[in-house]
Design a protein around this ligand. Sequence first.
Ligand SMILES: NC(=O)c1ccc[n+]([C@@H]2O[C@H](COP(=O)([O-])OP(=O)(O)OC[C@H]3O[C@@H](n4cnc5c(N)ncnc54)[C@H](OP(=O)(O)O)[C@@H]3O)[C@@H](O)[C@H]2O)c1
Length: 285
Amino acid sequence: MEFRRIGDVEVSAIGLGGMPMSIEGRPDEERSVRTIHAALDAGVTLIDTADAYHLYANDDGHNETLIARALSSYGGDTSSVLVATKGGHLRPGDGSWTLNGSPAYLKEACEASLKRLGVDAIGLYQFHRPDPKTPYEDSVGAIRDLLDAGKIRMAGISNANPEQIRLAREILGGRLVSVQNQFSPAFRGSEPELELCHELDIAFLPWSPLGGIGQAGDLGGRFAPFAEVAAAHGVSPQRVCLAWMLARSPVVIPIPGASRPASIQDSAAAVDLELTGDELELLSR
Ligand SMILES: NC(=O)c1ccc[n+]([C@@H]2O[C@H](COP(=O)([O-])OP(=O)(O)OC[C@H]3O[C@@H](n4cnc5c(N)ncnc54)[C@H](OP(=O)(O)O)[C@@H]3O)[C@@H](O)[C@H]2O)c1
Protein backbone atom coordinates (compact mmCIF):
# COMPACT_ATOMS: atom_id res chain seq x y z
CA MET A 1 0.00 0.00 0.00
CA GLU A 2 1.11 3.53 -0.74
CA PHE A 3 0.58 6.11 1.99
CA ARG A 4 -0.41 9.76 1.86
CA ARG A 5 -0.92 12.34 4.56
CA ILE A 6 -4.00 13.89 6.14
CA GLY A 7 -2.71 16.46 8.62
CA ASP A 8 -0.20 14.61 10.78
CA VAL A 9 -1.62 11.15 9.99
CA GLU A 10 -0.38 8.76 7.31
CA VAL A 11 -3.23 6.97 5.58
CA SER A 12 -3.53 4.60 2.65
CA ALA A 13 -3.63 6.48 -0.65
CA ILE A 14 -7.00 4.83 -1.36
CA GLY A 15 -9.71 5.02 1.30
CA LEU A 16 -13.00 3.19 1.65
CA GLY A 17 -16.26 5.12 1.27
CA GLY A 18 -18.91 3.68 3.56
CA MET A 19 -22.06 5.16 2.04
CA PRO A 20 -23.19 2.22 -0.19
CA MET A 21 -23.33 0.02 2.90
CA SER A 22 -25.94 2.18 4.62
CA ILE A 23 -28.24 3.96 2.18
CA GLU A 24 -30.74 2.76 -0.45
CA GLY A 25 -29.77 -0.67 -1.78
CA ARG A 26 -27.55 -1.47 1.21
CA PRO A 27 -26.54 -5.09 1.73
CA ASP A 28 -26.99 -7.10 4.90
CA GLU A 29 -24.57 -6.45 7.73
CA GLU A 30 -22.62 -9.66 7.22
CA ARG A 31 -21.60 -8.62 3.66
CA SER A 32 -20.79 -5.09 4.80
CA VAL A 33 -18.51 -6.36 7.56
CA ARG A 34 -16.78 -8.64 5.05
CA THR A 35 -16.31 -5.63 2.77
CA ILE A 36 -14.75 -3.52 5.54
CA HIS A 37 -12.51 -6.43 6.59
CA ALA A 38 -11.44 -6.91 2.96
CA ALA A 39 -10.46 -3.23 2.84
CA LEU A 40 -8.38 -3.62 5.99
CA ASP A 41 -6.78 -6.79 4.60
CA ALA A 42 -5.85 -4.82 1.47
CA GLY A 43 -4.06 -2.21 3.59
CA VAL A 44 -6.76 0.47 3.57
CA THR A 45 -6.39 2.68 6.67
CA LEU A 46 -8.86 5.45 5.83
CA ILE A 47 -12.61 4.89 6.13
CA ASP A 48 -15.00 7.69 5.24
CA THR A 49 -18.43 7.80 6.85
CA ALA A 50 -21.08 10.27 8.04
CA ASP A 51 -23.87 10.32 10.59
CA ALA A 52 -26.27 10.83 7.66
CA TYR A 53 -25.36 7.53 5.97
CA HIS A 54 -28.52 5.74 6.93
CA LEU A 55 -31.87 4.92 5.41
CA TYR A 56 -34.73 5.19 7.88
CA ALA A 57 -35.70 8.06 10.16
CA ASN A 58 -34.61 6.17 13.22
CA ASP A 59 -31.34 4.62 12.12
CA ASP A 60 -29.08 7.69 12.00
CA GLY A 61 -25.45 6.77 12.25
CA HIS A 62 -26.08 3.32 10.73
CA ASN A 63 -22.76 3.52 8.88
CA GLU A 64 -20.75 4.79 11.86
CA THR A 65 -22.10 1.95 14.01
CA LEU A 66 -21.35 -0.58 11.28
CA ILE A 67 -17.76 0.63 10.93
CA ALA A 68 -17.19 0.62 14.69
CA ARG A 69 -18.50 -2.97 14.85
CA ALA A 70 -16.40 -4.11 11.89
CA LEU A 71 -13.26 -2.59 13.39
CA SER A 72 -13.85 -4.27 16.73
CA SER A 73 -14.48 -7.68 15.15
CA TYR A 74 -11.41 -7.51 12.87
CA GLY A 75 -8.69 -9.95 13.85
CA GLY A 76 -5.77 -7.64 13.03
CA ASP A 77 -4.40 -4.35 14.34
CA THR A 78 -6.67 -1.39 13.58
CA SER A 79 -4.77 1.25 15.57
CA SER A 80 -3.58 3.02 12.42
CA VAL A 81 -7.06 3.28 10.87
CA LEU A 82 -8.40 6.81 10.52
CA VAL A 83 -12.20 6.97 10.59
CA ALA A 84 -13.36 10.22 9.02
CA THR A 85 -16.94 11.14 9.77
CA LYS A 86 -19.11 14.17 9.03
CA GLY A 87 -21.91 16.25 10.50
CA GLY A 88 -24.31 18.78 9.05
CA HIS A 89 -26.51 16.60 6.81
CA LEU A 90 -29.65 14.78 7.94
CA ARG A 91 -31.95 12.20 6.44
CA PRO A 92 -35.52 12.44 7.69
CA GLY A 93 -36.32 8.99 6.27
CA ASP A 94 -38.29 9.99 3.15
CA GLY A 95 -35.28 9.63 0.86
CA SER A 96 -34.31 13.31 1.11
CA TRP A 97 -31.13 14.88 2.46
CA THR A 98 -31.59 18.02 4.58
CA LEU A 99 -29.10 20.43 6.14
CA ASN A 100 -28.35 21.85 9.56
CA GLY A 101 -25.10 23.76 9.95
CA SER A 102 -25.99 25.57 13.15
CA PRO A 103 -23.27 25.44 15.80
CA ALA A 104 -25.59 23.97 18.42
CA TYR A 105 -26.65 21.16 16.08
CA LEU A 106 -23.09 20.36 14.94
CA LYS A 107 -21.93 20.04 18.56
CA GLU A 108 -24.86 17.73 19.35
CA ALA A 109 -24.19 15.67 16.20
CA CYS A 110 -20.52 15.33 17.10
CA GLU A 111 -21.40 14.00 20.56
CA ALA A 112 -23.65 11.36 18.98
CA SER A 113 -20.91 10.36 16.51
CA LEU A 114 -18.37 10.06 19.35
CA LYS A 115 -20.67 7.61 21.13
CA ARG A 116 -21.39 5.54 18.03
CA LEU A 117 -17.73 5.33 17.08
CA GLY A 118 -16.83 4.53 20.69
CA VAL A 119 -13.90 6.96 20.82
CA ASP A 120 -12.83 9.86 23.07
CA ALA A 121 -11.94 12.03 20.06
CA ILE A 122 -12.91 11.69 16.41
CA GLY A 123 -9.86 11.32 14.15
CA LEU A 124 -11.19 13.54 11.34
CA TYR A 125 -14.48 15.42 11.57
CA GLN A 126 -15.77 17.04 8.40
CA PHE A 127 -18.45 19.71 8.03
CA HIS A 128 -20.61 17.89 5.48
CA ARG A 129 -22.14 20.67 3.40
CA PRO A 130 -22.66 24.46 3.69
CA ASP A 131 -26.09 25.33 5.07
CA PRO A 132 -27.52 28.47 3.46
CA LYS A 133 -29.43 29.17 6.69
CA THR A 134 -26.22 29.47 8.74
CA PRO A 135 -23.29 31.78 7.96
CA TYR A 136 -20.40 29.55 6.87
CA GLU A 137 -18.07 31.10 9.44
CA ASP A 138 -20.48 30.12 12.23
CA SER A 139 -20.55 26.46 11.13
CA VAL A 140 -16.77 26.35 10.79
CA GLY A 141 -16.51 28.18 14.13
CA ALA A 142 -18.32 25.24 15.71
CA ILE A 143 -15.75 22.87 14.19
CA ARG A 144 -12.99 25.05 15.70
CA ASP A 145 -14.70 24.82 19.10
CA LEU A 146 -14.82 21.00 18.77
CA LEU A 147 -11.08 20.99 18.05
CA ASP A 148 -10.40 23.25 21.03
CA ALA A 149 -12.52 21.02 23.27
CA GLY A 150 -10.56 17.93 22.17
CA LYS A 151 -13.69 16.27 20.78
CA ILE A 152 -12.10 15.94 17.34
CA ARG A 153 -8.42 15.57 16.42
CA MET A 154 -8.52 17.05 12.92
CA ALA A 155 -10.97 19.08 10.88
CA GLY A 156 -12.16 18.89 7.31
CA ILE A 157 -14.81 20.48 5.13
CA SER A 158 -16.86 19.06 2.28
CA ASN A 159 -18.71 20.45 -0.73
CA ALA A 160 -16.80 23.71 -0.35
CA ASN A 161 -15.85 26.24 -3.02
CA PRO A 162 -12.47 28.04 -3.10
CA GLU A 163 -13.82 31.01 -1.14
CA GLN A 164 -15.16 28.69 1.58
CA ILE A 165 -11.87 26.79 1.69
CA ARG A 166 -9.99 30.06 2.24
CA LEU A 167 -12.47 31.18 4.90
CA ALA A 168 -12.25 27.84 6.72
CA ARG A 169 -8.47 28.09 6.59
CA GLU A 170 -8.60 31.54 8.17
CA ILE A 171 -10.74 30.19 11.00
CA LEU A 172 -9.00 26.84 11.52
CA GLY A 173 -5.47 27.67 10.38
CA GLY A 174 -3.30 24.59 9.82
CA ARG A 175 -5.93 22.51 11.59
CA LEU A 176 -7.96 22.40 8.36
CA VAL A 177 -6.48 19.21 6.94
CA SER A 178 -8.91 18.06 4.23
CA VAL A 179 -11.47 19.05 1.63
CA GLN A 180 -13.92 16.42 0.34
CA ASN A 181 -15.60 17.33 -2.95
CA GLN A 182 -17.20 15.48 -5.82
CA PHE A 183 -14.65 14.64 -8.49
CA SER A 184 -14.76 11.93 -11.16
CA PRO A 185 -14.56 11.46 -14.93
CA ALA A 186 -18.26 12.40 -14.95
CA PHE A 187 -17.86 15.44 -12.70
CA ARG A 188 -14.69 17.49 -13.11
CA GLY A 189 -16.13 20.73 -11.72
CA SER A 190 -13.96 20.57 -8.60
CA GLU A 191 -10.70 21.22 -10.48
CA PRO A 192 -10.33 24.70 -8.86
CA GLU A 193 -10.68 23.22 -5.36
CA LEU A 194 -8.24 20.42 -6.19
CA GLU A 195 -5.70 23.00 -7.43
CA LEU A 196 -6.18 25.11 -4.31
CA CYS A 197 -5.70 22.11 -2.01
CA HIS A 198 -2.51 21.26 -3.90
CA GLU A 199 -1.28 24.83 -3.42
CA LEU A 200 -2.20 24.90 0.28
CA ASP A 201 -1.02 21.30 0.92
CA ILE A 202 -4.43 20.19 2.19
CA ALA A 203 -5.66 16.64 1.47
CA PHE A 204 -8.28 16.49 -1.31
CA LEU A 205 -10.71 13.56 -1.00
CA PRO A 206 -12.69 13.04 -4.22
CA TRP A 207 -16.18 11.75 -3.42
CA SER A 208 -18.09 9.51 -5.85
CA PRO A 209 -14.74 9.13 -7.66
CA LEU A 210 -16.16 6.42 -9.93
CA GLY A 211 -19.29 8.37 -10.80
CA GLY A 212 -21.42 7.31 -7.84
CA ILE A 213 -23.48 4.29 -6.82
CA GLY A 214 -25.39 2.97 -9.82
CA GLN A 215 -23.05 4.59 -12.36
CA ALA A 216 -19.68 3.31 -11.16
CA GLY A 217 -20.04 -0.16 -12.67
CA ASP A 218 -20.33 1.24 -16.20
CA LEU A 219 -17.46 3.72 -15.98
CA GLY A 220 -15.72 2.09 -18.93
CA GLY A 221 -18.87 2.17 -21.05
CA ARG A 222 -19.46 5.85 -20.35
CA PHE A 223 -15.86 7.03 -20.72
CA ALA A 224 -14.09 5.26 -23.57
CA PRO A 225 -10.52 6.44 -22.75
CA PHE A 226 -10.77 4.75 -19.36
CA ALA A 227 -11.85 1.48 -21.04
CA GLU A 228 -9.04 1.80 -23.58
CA VAL A 229 -6.29 2.35 -20.99
CA ALA A 230 -7.78 -0.40 -18.81
CA ALA A 231 -7.63 -2.89 -21.70
CA ALA A 232 -3.98 -1.97 -22.36
CA HIS A 233 -3.08 -2.78 -18.75
CA GLY A 234 -5.48 -5.72 -18.30
CA VAL A 235 -7.18 -4.04 -15.33
CA SER A 236 -10.60 -2.51 -14.65
CA PRO A 237 -11.54 1.01 -15.83
CA GLN A 238 -12.33 1.80 -12.18
CA ARG A 239 -8.75 1.02 -11.20
CA VAL A 240 -7.48 3.21 -14.02
CA CYS A 241 -9.71 6.04 -12.82
CA LEU A 242 -8.32 5.89 -9.30
CA ALA A 243 -4.71 5.67 -10.53
CA TRP A 244 -5.35 8.71 -12.74
CA MET A 245 -6.61 10.65 -9.71
CA LEU A 246 -3.64 9.63 -7.59
CA ALA A 247 -1.34 10.94 -10.31
CA ARG A 248 -3.07 14.35 -10.28
CA SER A 249 -1.41 15.46 -7.02
CA PRO A 250 0.10 13.93 -3.88
CA VAL A 251 -2.73 15.58 -1.89
CA VAL A 252 -5.40 13.46 -3.64
CA ILE A 253 -6.81 10.52 -1.65
CA PRO A 254 -9.86 8.98 -3.39
CA ILE A 255 -12.49 7.27 -1.24
CA PRO A 256 -14.31 4.83 -3.57
CA GLY A 257 -17.43 3.38 -2.02
CA ALA A 258 -18.01 -0.36 -1.86
CA SER A 259 -20.56 -2.83 -0.64
CA ARG A 260 -18.71 -5.94 -1.87
CA PRO A 261 -15.22 -7.12 -0.94
CA ALA A 262 -14.20 -7.50 -4.61
CA SER A 263 -14.87 -3.81 -5.31
CA ILE A 264 -12.54 -2.43 -2.66
CA GLN A 265 -9.91 -5.10 -3.37
CA ASP A 266 -9.84 -3.99 -7.00
CA SER A 267 -9.84 -0.28 -6.08
CA ALA A 268 -7.06 -0.60 -3.49
CA ALA A 269 -4.78 -2.10 -6.16
CA ALA A 270 -4.86 1.25 -8.01
CA VAL A 271 -1.84 2.32 -5.95
CA ASP A 272 0.26 -0.20 -7.94
CA LEU A 273 -0.91 0.90 -11.37
CA GLU A 274 1.49 3.25 -13.13
CA LEU A 275 0.10 5.16 -16.07
CA THR A 276 2.26 6.77 -18.74
CA GLY A 277 2.29 10.51 -19.39
CA ASP A 278 0.39 9.95 -22.64
CA GLU A 279 -2.27 7.90 -20.87
CA LEU A 280 -2.69 10.53 -18.16
CA GLU A 281 -3.02 13.18 -20.83
CA LEU A 282 -5.67 11.15 -22.67
CA LEU A 283 -7.68 10.59 -19.48
CA SER A 284 -7.49 14.26 -18.47
CA ARG A 285 -8.94 15.53 -21.76
N1 LIG B 1 -19.18 14.52 1.08
C1 LIG B 1 -20.24 14.21 0.39
O1 LIG B 1 -21.17 15.01 0.21
C2 LIG B 1 -20.32 12.85 -0.22
C3 LIG B 1 -21.30 12.56 -1.19
C4 LIG B 1 -21.31 11.28 -1.75
C5 LIG B 1 -20.38 10.34 -1.34
N2 LIG B 1 -19.46 10.64 -0.35
C6 LIG B 1 -18.44 9.67 0.09
O2 LIG B 1 -17.71 9.25 -1.04
C7 LIG B 1 -17.73 7.82 -1.10
C8 LIG B 1 -17.64 7.36 -2.54
O3 LIG B 1 -18.73 7.82 -3.28
P1 LIG B 1 -19.93 6.84 -3.74
O4 LIG B 1 -19.93 5.64 -2.90
O5 LIG B 1 -21.12 7.70 -3.80
O6 LIG B 1 -19.58 6.55 -5.26
P2 LIG B 1 -18.37 5.80 -6.04
O7 LIG B 1 -17.25 5.57 -5.12
O8 LIG B 1 -18.13 6.59 -7.25
O9 LIG B 1 -19.08 4.47 -6.46
C9 LIG B 1 -19.43 3.50 -5.52
C10 LIG B 1 -19.78 2.23 -6.21
O10 LIG B 1 -18.68 1.83 -7.00
C11 LIG B 1 -18.62 0.43 -7.05
N3 LIG B 1 -17.18 0.10 -7.12
C12 LIG B 1 -16.22 0.47 -6.25
N4 LIG B 1 -15.01 0.03 -6.64
C13 LIG B 1 -15.21 -0.62 -7.80
C14 LIG B 1 -14.35 -1.29 -8.71
N5 LIG B 1 -13.03 -1.32 -8.47
N6 LIG B 1 -14.90 -1.85 -9.81
C15 LIG B 1 -16.24 -1.78 -10.04
N7 LIG B 1 -17.11 -1.16 -9.22
C16 LIG B 1 -16.59 -0.58 -8.12
C17 LIG B 1 -19.22 -0.07 -5.78
O11 LIG B 1 -19.98 -1.23 -6.08
P3 LIG B 1 -20.47 -2.30 -4.99
O12 LIG B 1 -21.45 -1.56 -4.14
O13 LIG B 1 -21.07 -3.36 -5.81
O14 LIG B 1 -19.28 -2.72 -4.19
C18 LIG B 1 -20.03 1.09 -5.25
O15 LIG B 1 -21.41 0.86 -5.20
C19 LIG B 1 -19.04 7.46 -0.41
O16 LIG B 1 -19.10 6.10 -0.08
C20 LIG B 1 -19.02 8.41 0.74
O17 LIG B 1 -18.16 7.93 1.74
C21 LIG B 1 -19.42 11.89 0.17
